[in-house]
Design a protein around this ligand. Structure first.
Ligand SMILES: Cc1ncc(COP(=O)(O)O)c(C=O)c1O
Length: 387
């Protein structure tokens, strides 16, 4: 069976976790601080704050950006549901905008058309690792005096116009879930260039506590903490951070390996007319967290047939990225929503296996099976519906 994804974890990560467990400090201590400093240096951001996952990162980013009840935040519906959930956590309303068909990322013109007097921010997603056009959204947010937040859950190691994702705007949130390019089991990180945001994020992730455990531990005089505002327990453990440090050292290499597999898929599928491959334009650098193919000439039923045929041959695939407004939890946000591009991409895209290390024979097997099956599905469809 060829899986859709696998985390790349080695003896090194296992040893780092082992050493940390025996070190006597297992949550939000020296390893978390080291991971934060190294992650900030890697992305080029001034500061990084580690948290329990990207969903909690997004929640805290909403709070420090000052978003609350009555505000609207524009975001794609075509994203993992956590993107929109974070907006609802602070009592604000997600307003769904359309994505571009070739990049799967938010369409700036469509987003602009949905701005109202209540719009407070835009939550940009770098979908499956492909950077969105950050400058277009910076310009838009500048013109309408909106906050720009980035959901970079999938984009560790990706870059935009030569600079790593994480360095471009005030609040950028990452995920280290096992489905992502590097993993700490679960985990998240927020990068920022603003010292005030950095300090508030550190407070909020630990119950709003004025003095953290390490400071008290290392103090030679007694210190009593105060809880200065409503906070949360969104801590990352030192065990996770120790794994994260080792993963970060491998990140550029992992991305290069992923890009080689993506290039092999590009090459193998370039002459198949009925599909559209991922598009990486000049200035955009994807970590290829996923490789998603759009089936131009088939209806959803054919896509599902294709997925089943590949599964029958031992290849796991996934359907296109979900549309949040179609989920039951979003019934009340789905009235009057028209997102034909997003829905079409969800219904007619297929995500292929991509992980490190993927053996040459596995890549060959996937490319051969996909080519045979996609041609068969497309042909049977054209026989059913002759133009
Ligand atoms: C775009 C996006 N945002 C947010 C998340 C949530 O990340 P986490 O699972 O770390 O909370 C994910 C995870 O799949 C995601 O893909």
């Amino acid at each position: 069976m060829i899986p859709i994804a696998k985390p790349y974890l080695t003896e090194e990560e296992a040893q780092a976790a082992y050493d940390t467990i025996l070190s006597g400090w297992i949550t939000q201590g020296p390893k978390v601080q080291e991971f934060e400093e190294k992650f900030a240096a890697y992305t080029g951001a001034k500061y990084a704050v580690a948290v329990s996952n990207c969903t909690t990162a997004l929640h805290l980013a909403m709070i420090v950006a000052g978003i609350g009840p009555g505000d609207e935040v524009i975001c794609p519906s075509m994203s993992y549901i956590a993107t929109a959930n974070a907006i609802r956590y602070v009592g604000a309303t997600p307003v769904f905008a359309e994505v571009e068909p070739d990049t799967y990322n938010l369409d700036a013109a469509d987003a602009e058309a949905r701005i109202t007097d209540r719009t407070k921010a835009i939550l940009l997603v770098h979908q499956i690792g492909m950077p969105a056009d950050i400058d277009a959204f910076k310009d838009l947010c500048g013109r309408y005096n909106l906050k720009l937040l980035e959901d970079a859950a999938c984009a560790a190691g990706s870059a935009y116009k030569g600079a790593k994702i994480g360095s471009h705007s005030e609040l950028v949130c990452f995920s280290f879930h096992p489905r992502k390019v590097i993993s700490t089991g679960d985990g998240g990180m927020i990068t920022t260039n603003r010292e005030d945001y950095y300090n508030r994020l550190k407070l909020l992730r630990q119950h709003g506590m004025s003095v953290n455990d390490r400071v008290r531990h290392e103090a030679s005089r007694i210190i009593f903490e105060d809880h200065v505002e409503l906070g949360y327990n969104y801590r990352m453990t030192d065990i996770q951070a120790a794994v994260g440090i080792k993963q970060l050292e491998k990140l550029d290499w992992i991305v290069e390996e992923r890009r080689k597999i993506a290039a092999a898929y590009d090459q193998a599928f370039k002459d198949i007319d009925s599909i559209r491959l991922p598009q990486e334009y000049d200035g955009y650098f994807s970590n290829y967290q996923s490789y998603s193919i759009y089936l131009k000439d088939t209806a959803a039923v054919s896509r599902n047939t294709l997925m089943q045929k590949l599964l029958d041959r031992g290849i796991a695939t996934r359907r296109g990225i979900m549309n949040t407004h179609r989920e039951t939890a979003y019934k009340e946000y789905a009235t009057d929503v028209s997102l034909p591009v997003s829905e079409d991409l969800q219904d007619n895209s297929i995500i292929l296996p991509l992980y490190v290390p993927m053996k040459q024979e596995e890549i060959k097997f996937v490319t051969e099976c996909f080519t045979q099956e996609v041609l068969a599905v497309t042909m049977s469809k054209s026989m059913l519906q002759p133009d």
